[in-house]
Ligand binder design. Sequence first.
Ligand code: RIB
Ligand code: CA
Length: 327
Amino acid sequence: MPQKVIIDCDPGIDDSLAIMLALSMPEEIEVVGITVAAGNAPVEMGYGNALKVLKFMGRLDVPVFMGADRPLKRDFVNALDTHGSDGLGESFLPQVPEEEYERQEMNAVQFMQETLQREPVSVIALGPMTNLAMLIEKAPSSFGKIQEIVSMGGTFRSHGNCSPVAEYNYWCDPDAAALVYGEMDRLGRKIHMVGLDVTRRIVLTPDLLDYMKRLDPHTGAFTQKITKFYFDFHWQWEHLIGCVINDPLAVAYFACRDLCKGFESYVQIETKGISLGQSIVDSMNFYRHAPNAIVLTEVDTIRFFELFFTRLLRMEEKPDLLPVLCR
Ligand code: RIB
Ligand code: CA
C-alpha cells in the first residue's frame, strides 16, 4: 500500500528530480500534494517550476500550493547561482498555462492543516522548512499528526555548502529548522535527517546521464536539460565531474529505508552567529537528552542509482546495469 506524502520543496533542480522520482514510485508513494517555499528560487518561481515538472510527468492532477515567500525571521537568500536564473537550470521551459491546471485557493499551510485533519500523511521536506514551522505556529496539533518527516537538510560530519558548517536548507531558514527540531523533541518524535553526509555520495555523473538518455531518451533528455547548468556549477566551484542530486535521496530513503544507515541523536539547529544554520548533532549524548532525530550517515550509492533508474526510467530490474554504476 503506497504511503501518502506531501512533498514540501523549493524547486530547484534536485527538487524537480525528486518530484519525478516520487511520481515514478506509485507502489511506494502517493503524492497527495506539493507545497512550495522560498528557497533555491523565489516561491512564485518554485511554484511555476513544480508545475513544469508535473506537466513533463503528465501529472498536472497533483495539486501545488504556494507557501512561504521568505524565512521566518532572516532575510531571504535564494540559491539561483546554483540553480540558474529560472531556478531550473536555465532550461527556460515555458510556464504551464493556467487553463492546464487547477489553481488552488488554499496556501501551503492551510493545505497541510486540512489534509492532516483528514488522513495520516508524511512529509518529505526538500527545502527550507518554513512551511512546516508556520504549521507549528498556526496549528501545532496538525503538525503532531504528521506520520513521519524526512528532511533533506543539515550535516553531521560533512562540510557545509553555505558556510563551513551549514547546509543550505537549514541555513536559509534556521529559525524554521530549529522550531521543527524543537517541536519534534517536545513531541518525543524523531525527524529523519538526510544530510550532506549521505547526499554528497549521490553524484549524477556524465556517464550515468548518458546511460539515462540511452535507456529512456525522453526522460534522459529532460534530465539533461535541467541539469546542464548544475553540472557546470559543480565543476566551476568544486571541480566535481557530475552534480550532487541531494533531494532524490530523501525520496528514495522514504520509500526504501535500508538504502541508508545512521543513528538516533539529539539535534539542535543554531539560529545565530558564525555557525548559523548548523545542525548540532549530539552524537556522544553530551546533554543526556532523548533523541529527536535519526541522522543518516551511510548510503548504498549503487542501490540508489539502481532504484533511480528502474523507477524513473520505468525499466525492468537490469543486473547488467550495475557495471555502469560502479565509478
Ligand atoms: O543543500 C542542498 C539542499 O538545498 C537541496 O535541497 C537543494 O535543492 C537546496 O534546497
Ligand atoms: Ca531543495
